[in-house]
Design a protein around this ligand. Structure first.
Ligand code: GUN
Length: 314
């Protein structure tokens, strides 16, 4: 059996096409939505993600600004950058790319972003709204996964969902979103005993633990939907050769580029057992960006509605 591949780029394009007229009418009536992205230091993976986020803004007509303070920035200096963006009327969304350098108090940073400009949905106010099932911006990666399940008509209600990983960015909000759609949800993590057996119970398995090819055939119920959130860059040729022992053709990328991108799901065994699967790359990644655009447009719309009307001139 070979799994149906769930195409993140196709869903991203659908979402962006739906957002385009909203961006145009905001721009015509008022001004384009504005997103500020703060990238601290020079983490190469973060730089690639931020570049894609800024490119998506550009493509859609969203005004974007990138701030790139050095890795040595202090928490208070970063808070003052955020304070400045909080006060600006033309900025509807503020995103601080994670992870931050160790000297930065990440909690203080997330708390400093105005909840109505928190396009990541990471502020405790918005996390509280998620827990309560109240409206508000949702974390982009799990929101994108929910959108993918919906648009591929993959039933969630009454299904057993297992989320592997308990991060604030993916695992925890993912579990809550699945719960709100009436799945029976289990959260597993690095210290879960019998992880393979837990995962095998899943009709929907979300792998977000950051361990390359951890989810092998024995973790997957035949026919299950498997969502691979992992983005692991492998440079070790021996590890890559082990993973692709039966698919040596896949090693050409490693030979050409010096690295290969692998998810948390075994890229050869996963598609043999799953019923549907997100590829890496091209699965979940594009959806994160689409949902960031969606959150930014929504933020611009609701801030516009909330803004006091301009006084009439007579
Ligand atoms: N780092 C990894 N994923 C994300 C994300 O969705 N938002 C932010 N701000 N940082 C991240």
């Amino acid at each position: 059996m070979s799994a149906r591949l769930l195409d993140g780029k196709k869903i991203r394009d659908q979402i962006l096409a739906e957002l385009a007229p909203q961006v145009h009418s905001l721009a015509a009536a008022h001004r384009p939505p504005g997103l500020a992205v703060i990238l601290v230091g020079d983490n190469p993976a973060s730089a690639i993600y931020v570049r894609s986020k800024v490119a998506a803004c550009h493509e859609l007509g969203i005004h974007s600004e990138q701030l790139t303070p050095p890795a040595s920035i202090s928490t208070s200096e970063l808070l003052s950058l955020i304070d400045n963006l909080n006060r600006r009327d033309d900025i509807d969304g503020i995103l601080v790319q994670m992870p931050l350098p160790p000297q930065i108090d990440s909690r203080a940073v997330l708390l400093a972003i105005r909840p109505d400009k928190d396009v990541d949905g990471f502020h405790p106010f918005n996390v509280g709204n998620l827990v309560a099932g109240s409206p508000g911006p949702r974390a982009c990666t799990p929101a994108g996964i929910m959108e993918m399940l919906l648009r591929y008509d993959i039933p969630v209600e009454g299904r057993r969902a297992v989320v592997v990983g308990r991060s604030d960015i993916v695992g925890k909000p993912m579990a809550l979103m699945l719960l709100h759609r009436n799945a029976t949800v289990t959260i597993c993590h690095s210290r879960t005993p019998g992880l393979a057996a837990e995962c095998r119970r899943a009709d929907i398995l979300v792998a977000a633990i950051g361990k390359p090819a951890l989810i092998t055939a024995d973790f997957i119920q035949p026919g299950a939907t498997v969502i691979d959130v992992g983005m692991n860059r492998i440079t070790d040729p021996a590890l890559a050769a082990r993973i692709f022992a039966r698919r040596p053709d896949r090693l050409t990328q490693l030979a050409a580029k010096g690295s290969i991108l692998i998810g948390d799901v075994h890229p050869v065994e996963g598609p043999e057992v799953a019923g549907a699967l997100t590829p890496v790359p091209g699965g979940v990644g594009p959806l994160t960006i689409a949902m960031l655009m969606s959150n930014t447009v929504r933020s611009a719309e609701s801030r516009l509605l909330a803004a006091p009307a301009a006084p009439c001139s007579s």
